[in-house]
Design a protein around this ligand. Sequence first.
Ligand code: 39S
Ligand code: MET
Ligand code: ZN
Length: 772
Amino acid sequence: MKIANLGFPRIGRQRELKFALEKYWRGELTQAELVQVADELKRTHWQWQADAGVELIPVGDFAYYDQVLTLSATLNALPARHREKDSQGNLLPICLDTLFRVARGRAPSGHQACAAEMTKYFNTNYHYQVPELYEGQQFSIGFEQIFDEVTQAQQLGHQVKPVLLGPVSYLHLSKTLSSFDKLSLLPSLVKTYAEILQRFAAQGVTWVQLDEPVLGLDLSPQWQQAVQWSYAELNKELNSEQNGSKGNKINLLLASYYASIAHNQAWVSELPVAGLHIDLVTAPEQLSLFASKLKQDQVLSLGVINGRNVWAADLPAISTSLAKLVTELEDRAWLAPSCSLLHTPVTLETETKLAPELKAQLAFAKEKLQELKDLRVLLLGENSGRIDDLITANLSLRKLKAQAEDKAVTARVAALTKGDSERNLAYGERIKLQRASLKLPLLPTTSIGSFPQTPAIRGLRSRWRKGEITESAYQDQIRQVTQDSIKRQLDIGIDVLVHGEAERNDMVEYFGEQLAGFAFTEFAWVQSYGSRCVKPPLIYADVSRPTPMTVDITSYAQSLTSKPVKGMLTGPVTILHWSFAREDISREMIAKQIALAIRDEVVDLERAGIRIIQIDEPAFREGLPIKASDWDDYLAWAVNAFRLSASGVKDSTQIHTHMCYSEFNETIAAIAAMDADVITIETSRSHMDLLDAFEDFHYPNDIGPGVYDIHSPNTPTEDEIVALINKAATKIPVKQLWVNPDCGLKTRTWDEVEPALKNMVAATKTLRRSLA
Ligand SMILES: Nc1nc2c(c(=O)[nH]1)N[C@@H](CNc1ccc(C(=O)N[C@@H](CCC(=O)N[C@@H](CCC(=O)N[C@@H](CCC(=O)O)C(=O)O)C(=O)O)C(=O)O)cc1)CN2
Ligand code: MET
Ligand SMILES: [Zn+2]
């Protein structure tokens, strides 16, 4: 029974990759030095996996920026605008800087060009670079990284299993540059995959993992056929005489994750692959279905250790549930995490401050590999001493979990009524009161919350955490930064100000640090995109808000100006989704508890004189289940949680929400049901196309579409912004429109933000004159 792994986090236990990348981009590290850091990380992670008993080490899970981007390079499918040419106009080979230009619009070498879009990978907080494909595109092998990695790992004595996103999922996740049927590209794509597999065969590889997470979706018949055709084709290529002589026979492991694929079982079980991986954490009921249909020579990889959460597994229970099957399948059963460990932090070993009883309940990526090893011990009954230890350890875990209840919280949730999730008046009436009290001009200008988190601010916080400066010195300095950002906004002429979020390390972790029922870690970083990481807090018990969290800093900011300062909170759905949540109560229940905590904060902000409060819900869309049949249930409780957080205030208090990285077509009715007075959304990268959903729906409340892309370091001109606002005004009545940038100004510098906001205000003034 093999212990298998689908992928390991690449960022490094101390985020070595992040720091090396950022230094390289700033010109403080050579490319050779960056590659050296990367190679060292790969070596370490391969060795850890080998030490844990993983026989086939996944290779190809490493990426300098994003694995989908690296795959686009491997397939020679990077956008032309990011390629360099020689003096004759011929394309130069793809190199690391080409990848960085695609992702960031610029790199230490080469010319600048508009970055490619990034978006969420299925229902995760990981963002991938969206491949851009054109009609008639031909694929070929264009980048050698994965083949080099296979060689490197083999030279270190590892047997490897290269991992690639499969052709159908790759195509599914890509966007087309004009309107044509993506599936027309499949033949060339699959042919290139076959060439890649042949290269692996020539390298002595025996197993290749192709990830097809699209199997979990409600696939149309065309897409189902695309999967069937692709794998039949790959199988044909792999078995053709001509190729057989070139190297080993390649076995394909077809991996699904994040969702049940039971609805596709009838034809998935017939695919000509040597192995199938199923996510048994998300959908345990798949087990008997797929096991009973497994062919004699097929392997079933059992995804039983949760790759999306950090809790230690109940190994005795898993062992019991697998015992019969494993006896039947013998060597044909593999034990694996449910999905790649990309979404889990690297290791618990570096955590020194967690309460021991909590730490005992956790397993990060490295520890999850150990769990697989222990599970095999239990299943094979190999080592009776170890078995007794594992069972005792598990019993003590369960005892600890019983302490999670806070009776005051559960009673408060139980007493909730429908009215608690409703504002007093309807939007049409509320907005009149709000307009009368706020007296804002047409097209009010604002921003989404954060301002640059400069190295000075991060450094300050780091010194405070280490105890090198006092609490009061830290608070003083945060106030100074806040004062500075208020002054800048007043100089620029913004109408609705924000305090700037200088005090926050992250929009979720910051609240997690202050709420009861949450714990936070020192190093449990997870990659969000590129070099950017997040450290999701842990929800281990019932949630409540012991004391106000943002009232001091917000009131301070408001005391500096007579213009409204917008209070800034993260909403319950987003806090839940971007945390590692307990699994013993429903997500709906956790969302309600968080909603009540945020509601308390909203009410306190209002009491302190704050007239506008934004409750960010950027993860609202991301929380949407993979299967459409589960949407209504999710949307009902998610909308209700938001409304619960927002409905404690007077009608004259204006509630904003904010969403980003979203498509809105499927959820627009639910978004309208959230009933925020104003919603700001990220739209500029899509050139306002995302507004179509709001237009078609006749979205009734106010909307602030982002009018410039903050992800690019280039300053938007006044004309560009005027054009975008004009475009927005063709879709949404002007009196409903707000003007703001996209979110995430925390990732930029003031040198970039200030001129851009000035142009935004100037553009707005020009339009107000022409519209008046
Ligand atoms: N949770 C979450 N998910 C999200 C987003 C989000 O904002 N939060 N946004 C979208 C994704 N975008 C993101 C945008 C930016 C960052 C980001 O900037 N992350 C920072 C970390 C933020 C943080 O926690 N910063 C800490 C500092 C941590 C740190 O590195 N400290 C250094 C010191 C740094 C210094 O001296 O300059 C140390 O202790 O050694 C702080 O401010 O306190 C990073 O990768 O660098 C992450 C995601 C979607 N998902
Ligand atoms: C990922 S959404 C970010 C919202 C937050 N208020 C900000 O402006 O950074
Ligand atoms: Zn956002």
